[in-house]
Design a protein around this ligand. Structure first.
Ligand code: AMP
Ligand code: MG
Length: 352
């Protein structure tokens, strides 16, 4: 049984001077405690990355298996050299990516330095590094003076939280502090890239997890190798992202994906809720839904849908009448790729 404690929720208004709050959160972390805090992607469950016991608590509180490594959050790209050894042949590429996308929702997997504890990297020779753009996460990292290791602040396999309220539902009573700075601007976990040398000897990146830095955004910056597309490079480079399990980001209820242009045949006696992209598809106009929730009502913007995806999945999961969630397949361009990745995992059979 998880120890029950009082969870303090501290509201953070970025228009105020927040230094006192950052210090308070850093003090909890410095003592080995955990703090849930916002980033531009989702809320993270933070621990001092150099404190092995605190990091062990992250795994315990989340019920996360030890083979699933954590991302280290830095306040500035200059801090990268403190936790990663960037190979000389990849330095120019890493600098370019950092310049383009940091601070922001991009995680780079690089050879780790000795000082990064095994528990953070699940024993891998690499460490996942990110400079988030959210002021609160960077402010607390600065106040702590160490990187913060933080996975999403949900119980393992559940939907990632994009608000402090969602964090409380997942981890309330298990952690001492949550910093509440409102909803996350991106709403999807970071894009994970592993810089590598491709089969022709040129720098490239392997795309380990789709996210807000889309393939389109990476085009023109570097070659992107998708997993499974080039076995030789896959084998030669770092191991593929562990933790990218088939079933993940999952609501408690069954979720199925459906083509929005094809009719849905409901089963007798089952009540369904529909997650629709815009709300105007032939699927959405069927009369079999107990609830219809659009991701981007009317306008159909992928960025808006991404911000709302996890909150809508959560609302469907909590809906009293809905037994099975049907989600429309989304267009697989730009952010649609990352959203479909999450929806496929949410739909995957947990036993597989
Ligand atoms: P999250 O659960 O959003 O914190 O994401 C952490 C994910 O980052 C893990 O599940 C892995 O897929 C990935 N990751 C972290 N560290 C590494 C690493 N050293 N090598 C490859 N992937 C990693
Ligand atoms: Mg997660």
């Amino acid at each position: 049984m998880m120890r029950c404690m009082e969870t303090r929720v501290i509201e953070v208004d970025l228009l105020d001077d927040c230094r006192a709050v950052y210090k308070e959160a850093a003090a909890v972390l410095a003592e080995g405690g955990l703090v849930a805090l916002p980033t531009e992607t989702v809320y993270g469950l933070g621990a001092d990355a150099f404190n092995t016991e605190a990091v062990a608590q992250v795994f315990a509180v989340k019920e996360r298996p030890a083979f699933d490594p954590l991302i280290c959050h830095l306040a500035h790209a200059k801090g990268l050299k403190d936790i990663a050894n960037v190979p000389a042949e990849l330095q120019a590429l890493v600098d370019k990516l950092a310049h383009e996308f940091w601070p922001g929702p991009m995680t780079l997997v690089l050879p780790r330095r000795e000082c990064v504890p095994d528990i953070v990297t699940s024993g891998l020779p690499t460490v996942a590094c990110r400079v988030p753009s959210h002021e609160v996460m960077r402010g607390v990292v600065r106040a702590l003076g160490h990187p913060i290791a933080a996975p999403s602040a949900n119980r393992f396999g559940h939907i990632s939280p994009t608000s402090a309220g969602a964090v409380m539902k997942e981890l309330g009573g298990r952690i001492p502090m949550v910093l509440d700075a409102g909803a996350c601007a991106e709403g999807l976990e970071s894009t994970i890239l592993a810089p590598c040398i491709d089969e022709k000897g040129n720098p490239a990146v392997r795309l380990l997890r789709e996210g807000p830095i889309t393939r389109e955004k990476l085009r023109g910056i570097c070659r992107v190798i998708r997993p499974g597309k080039n076995k030789a490079v896959d084998a030669a480079a770092a191991p593929t992202a562990p933790g990218q399990l088939k079933s993940h980001y999952a609501p408690a209820k069954k979720l199925v994906l459906h083509n929005p242009r094809e009719p849905f045949e409901p089963e007798e006696g089952v009540t369904y809720g529909l997650i629709t992209y815009q709300g105007d598809s032939p699927l959405a106009s069927q009369d079999c839904w107990a609830e219809v929730m659009p991701l981007s009502p009317g306008s159909g913007r992928l960025a808006e849908a991404a911000v709302r995806l996890f909150a809508v999945m959560r609302a469907m999961d909590e809906h009293e009448e809905v037994q099975v969630i049907v989600a429309e397949e989304l267009p697989e361009t730009g952010l649609g790729c990352a959203m479909m990745d999450r929806l496929r995992r949410a739909a995957a059979n947990r036993d597989e």
